[in-house]
Design a protein around this ligand. Structure first.
Ligand code: 5RP
Length: 228
């Protein structure tokens, strides 16, 4: 699995990252390989890059690898954002937020001229839901979670409040909110569903990334990649 993630990450960095760019740095396990490769290239080629994190994890990765940490105040326009995904369909729509960082990830991706998804080939789906069975992560304001869940049910979804593993209680995001995972049992019009979810008062953002990706790079265990 790691070989596939590494191959996709390396391909994305070597194809899209150039000198004097502002980069969006995603979250998860695959982005770790991308940051490692960016750091290698900065050393070898003396690149001048500004890295904007999409989460606490991404911020730590950037500083650990001695890359230049920036933010959207200083770099509101990014050249490239690279990030992992939980599921990518044949139209490049994606589900993200398995790690709970979807809101900042979507903000960062939306500021980039090119948003590049990297993943191992298990995430390469025909339809959303083929690879990721945990539904669509949605970040919500804590006091709203019960009415929001009722409204999600009316949209035909099965909402589940995401609970923490290492503490009693719900997962709390980097923005101090909750995550509701919306299970679904049919293919939806994802753009429309994303809009409907975002219109529920209390919803901060959804993990549906519709029409945002420039390309997705999937890595295989043998180190080869396929691009979509
Ligand atoms: C975190 C995310 C991740 O990018 C997504 O869950 C993929 O993670 P990984 O690279 O570990 O497979 O959206 O919120």
């Amino acid at each position: 699995m790691d070989a596939g993630k590494r191959a996709a990450a390396r391909c994305a960095v070597d194809t899209y990252v150039k000198d004097n760019q502002a980069l969006g740095i995603g979250s998860g396990s695959t982005i770790v390989f991308a940051v490692e490769r960016i750091a290698e290239r900065v050393k070898e080629e003396n690149l001048n890059l500004f890295c904007v994190p999409s989460s606490f994890q991404a911020q730590q990765l950037i500083t650990q690898h001695k890359l230049t940490l920036s933010d959207l105040d200083r770099n509101p326009e990014l050249d490239v954002a690279i990030d992992g995904a939980d599921d990518v369909d044949s139209d490049l729509n994606a589900i993200k937020g398995g790690g709970g960082c979807l809101t900042q990830e979507k903000i960062v991706a939306s500021c980039a001229k090119q948003f590049v998804i990297i993943a191992d080939d298990r995430k390469d789906s025909k339809q959303l839901g083929d690879a990721f069975k945990k539904g669509i992560p949605v970040e919500v304001i804590p006091m709203s979670y019960v009415p929001v869940m009722r409204k999600m049910e009316k949209l035909g979804l099965k909402p589940v409040l995401r609970m923490a593993q290492a503490k009693a209680g719900p997962v709390v995001t980097d923005n101090s909110n909750f995550i509701i995972d919306c299970l679904f049992d049919k293919v939806h019009n994802w753009k429309e569903l994303n809009t409907q979810l975002n219109l529920i008062p209390g919803v901060v953002e959804t993990g549906l990334f519709v029409g945002m990706a420039e390309c997705a790079i999937f890595g295989k265990a043998d180190g080869t990649v396929s691009k979509r």
